[in-house]
Design a protein around this ligand. Sequence first.
Ligand code: FES
Length: 210
Amino acid sequence: MLKYFRDCLRPSSPSIPPLQYGILFPQFLAYLVHLHFGDFGSLVISVTNFYLSMNLDDSVEEPEKKECSPVCVGKEDNIKKSGRMTAVVHDREVVIFYHKGEYHAMDIRCYHSGGPLHLGEIEDFDGRPCIVCPWHKYKITLATGEGLYQSINPKDPSAKPKWSSKGIKQRIHTVTVDDGNVYVTLSNEPYKCDSDFYATGDFKVIKSPF
Ligand code: FES
């Protein structure tokens, strides 16, 4: 019976017009049914309207789909000259670095607190090129997006601090060059990166016009 009432609301439904009006104007229908069936009829109408208000068209919200096709972000010559550039790739802000003959692309906002990585300096730590976030100086490897930190064994005060990895924190994207053009392909790795938080939802500041 519920299905019947729900079908009545679909625009293509050939159902009886008075019933459609009745569902759209529940008080009217309740009055009609009450005349014929008494209080039990009114109860059925109330329950039906509650059901319809909960889920009228069976729609289920689709999760955000990720676009992963390569996007041209600029000319090779220009990026080599400037050493870095920013781009919006499928609605995601990224920074592209050209460092020591290699390209690297990553989410533009730092995984720690959303700092602007395109304004950071590149330095080597433990022999690994890293972008140093200008806000709180976190170090992120260009090649893998790992967060590096220095650790010391508290039980051995004489030991020198050594560089360790927190694991992959910043999402790294793929850069390819074709015929003088530089392309970025967004990472489709299923793991969750901390930087995702600042690359999506409310923190995503720049939106693609497409
Ligand atoms: S926001 Fe980058 S280190 Fe804090």
